[in-house]
Design a protein around this ligand. Structure first.
Ligand SMILES: NC(=O)c1ccc[n+]([C@@H]2O[C@H](COP(=O)([O-])OP(=O)(O)OC[C@H]3O[C@@H](n4cnc5c(N)ncnc54)[C@H](O)[C@@H]3O)[C@@H](O)[C@H]2O)c1
Length: 330
């Protein structure tokens, strides 16, 4: 069966997905839709499909699945509409920009005929797969961790500096890191820490402590105004005489014990869309649409990542530790 796919939002990430999908011979791209006609036309020409204006246009074309690649605050409405229309949905992160929005999507996904998968691509990035496999294979026992994911600026694209569109900085970049914490160490039981508002008109720097239900404790740092100075993304996981380290999405290494040889991977020469996990997440989404596997990042994962963002904002604003899970929206 060929999966008829449409892309909503023809910007940076819509283009990456469209190019990946075009290389998948199980997929037929039936349209690229954008509110800016020139954006839709440019990408549609590149991937040789139709330029359209809206989700309704994509539904009219009889899509089986849609990629929602619009800015953050414009995910809930098209995702819920597409799920209700019986269409499979891949949504870019964040799932939503409020806990209520995430709750609505999770409910819609539970009732939907189609599958829902969220674009938390780092789960498929080679460096994080390396660490996850060490943990799953029992070679690394995580006890403590140090996690960092910075941004250089909130200027590109221009809407990233507008919290009414992003939902706040935490929904823009740190949401990836928060989900990575859950992916590696399980659910978070409590968050605490401090945040500052320094350069932009919102909280733009966070130094937090996450306590996981598993007993792992992690320091979590994210600053929005670091000028893209390397290293801006790094995770260190400490076990009993063991250390695993990721450096950006380029390299990862593992010291399995004292006097043992350090192991590692170097993804430096790999194509960006592969080492960042986009190729794999798109392949896995089409697998799920074809019923070959469950979605690789679920609505529940998205809800928990949203809950973590909201808990960190609460903890940073109140100065008090916040326990999870948060009460569900009524
Ligand atoms: N997973 C990742 O690594 C990653 C990377 C970049 C962006 N993203 C996410 O992807 C989304 C898009 O980011 P981007 O960098 O591609 O932004 P972008 O500004 O480059 O592109 C967004 C596009 O959506 C269009 N658009 C806006 N509202 C629309 C609507 N209602 N209907 C149709 N089109 C609409 C815009 O005209 C624009 O062309 C954001 O939510 C962002 O957080 C994820």
């Amino acid at each position: 069966m060929t999966v008829r796919v449409g892309v909503l939002g023809a910007g940076f990430i819509g283009r990456i997905h469209a190019l990946n999908l075009r290389r998948d011979d199980r997929v037929q791209l039936v349209g690229i839709a954008d509110v800016v006609p020139r954006a839709a036309e440019r990408l549609a020409a590149e991937v040789e499909t139709a330029a359209l204006g809206s989700l309704a246009d994509l539904l009219d074309r009889g899509v089986d699945a849609v990629y929602v690649c619009t800015p953050n605050a414009q995910h809930v409405e098209p995702v819920v509409a597409a799920l209700r229309a019986g269409i499979h949905v891949f949504s870019e992160k964040p799932m939503a920009t409020t806990l209520r929005g995430a709750f609505e999507i999770r409910e819609a996904a539970r009732r939907a005929r189609g599958v829902y998968q969220l674009g938390l691509n780092r789960r498929f990035a080679r460096v994080y797969r390396f660490v996850k496999t060490l943990i799953d294979d029992g070679r690394l026992t995580p006890l403590l961790a140090q996690m960092k994911h910075n941004r250089g600026e909130l200027q590109q694209p221009p809407w990233t500096g507008d919290p009414t569109i992003t939902g706040g900085y935490l929904y823009e970049t740190p949401v990836h890191l928060f989900d990575m914490g859950r992916f590696l160490f399980g659910d978070v039981a409590e968050v605490s820490g401090v945040a500052r508002q320094s350069v932009y008109k919102e909280l733009d720097g966070f130094v937090m402590l996450f306590r996981f239900a598993s007993g792992v404790a992690a320091s979590v740092t994210s600053v929005a105004h670091t000028s893209w100075f390397f290293p801006y993304e790094r995770v260190e996981v400490y076990g009993p005489h063991q250390t695993a380290v990721t450096e950006e999405l380029e390299r990862a290494s593992f010291s399995p014990g004292m006097r043992a040889q350090v192991e590692g991977i170097d993804c430096f020469q790999m194509p960006f869309e592969d080492k960042w996990g986009y190729v794999e997440e798109d392949r896995r989404f089409i697998d799920a649409v074809l019923g070959e596997a469950p979605p690789a990042v679920t609505a529940e994962d998205g809800y928990r990542a949203t809950e973590l963002v909201e808990a960190v904002y609460q903890a940073a604003r109140s100065g008090a530790a916040v326990r999870l899970p948060l009460p569900e929206p009524a």
